[in-house]
Design a protein around this ligand. Sequence first.
Ligand SMILES: Nc1ncnc2c1ncn2[C@@H]1O[C@H](COP(=O)(O)OP(=O)(O)OP(=O)(O)O)[C@@H](O)[C@H]1O
Ligand SMILES: [Mg+2]
Length: 303
Amino acid sequence: MIDQTVRIFKNIDSTDIRILTAIELGMQKHEWVPLEHILKFTKISIEKLNYKLNWLTKNDLVRKTQTPYDACQIYFEGYDALALNTLVKRNTINALGSEIGVGKESIVHEAICEPEFCIGDPTPSVIKFHREGMTSFKQVKRNRGHLAGKEHFSWIYAARLSATREYNIMCTIYPEIDVPRPIDHNRHAIVMELVDGKPLFKTKLTNPENILNIILSQIKRLHQMGIIHSDISEYNIFLSEKGIKIIDWPQYVTCDHPHAFELLERDVSNILTYFSRKYKIKTNLKDLINYIVNENNDRGNEQ
Ligand SMILES: Nc1ncnc2c1ncn2[C@@H]1O[C@H](COP(=O)(O)OP(=O)(O)OP(=O)(O)O)[C@@H](O)[C@H]1O
Ligand SMILES: [Mg+2]
């Protein structure tokens, strides 16, 4: 199903992109970007700008105000359009598909990357738009509090920072660790390989011990690289006949983080609780943490 984002992106033209870019740049200095700034940057008439801004506002790409002066802010869908435009221009993606996941802090769409010179099959991939700060922003938008502008600022930075962080760590650990292949990144968006299979919580395993061991050995390998995922759960591990893929990396920490040990314990404990509840596998958290943190600790069933 082609949804709202795809429909809007299809209807955007180069003038819309110039207007959105002007607002994005203006927001480095202003909470609300004055119309004069946009006029100067885009060099279009005030009539055309007003006409375009009405459409962009109606479709939730920007927000307008008249007090204390005529001005605009970019909204999530407007930022999505800018990132998409860049990724399409770079030939990273050629088409956007349906929405396949909505996380607490992101929206994930299918995307197509055609191979160069159209030789071979297109790479099935996904684009993850970060939405950090969205909930608080929507709340503020409803209440129209005095913080509205500041909240708006913070979501752009939070989302961009989080996407950059996630993309960089995936590039660092791929392919050593089983993560989707990172493909490209712009603003608050990441393009990565579409993972096969299902999330762990939707599977019924015939070999749960084996899968548990694979997951633990990945956590150990990651720890040896100095990294802790910090949000490992049955929702962030995908499983297929090819093996596992661990997704959702923006909250990772390095092993010198002040809470590194607690975060590692929480990751391992989440997994053990899941396998113990669903498959009645009994393991000892302390032993497993030792196995993970000690280089030479052989459990005898390490993958
Ligand atoms: N590479 C991928 N291939 C297929 N589906 C994916 C991929 N990445 C994400 N998804 C889907 O999108 C959902 C949300 O992604 P992710 O867990 O990375 O985002 P999040 O907003 O951080 O989620 P959470 O709700 O765990 O905080 C996933 O649960 C999954 O269904
Ligand atoms: Mg997730």
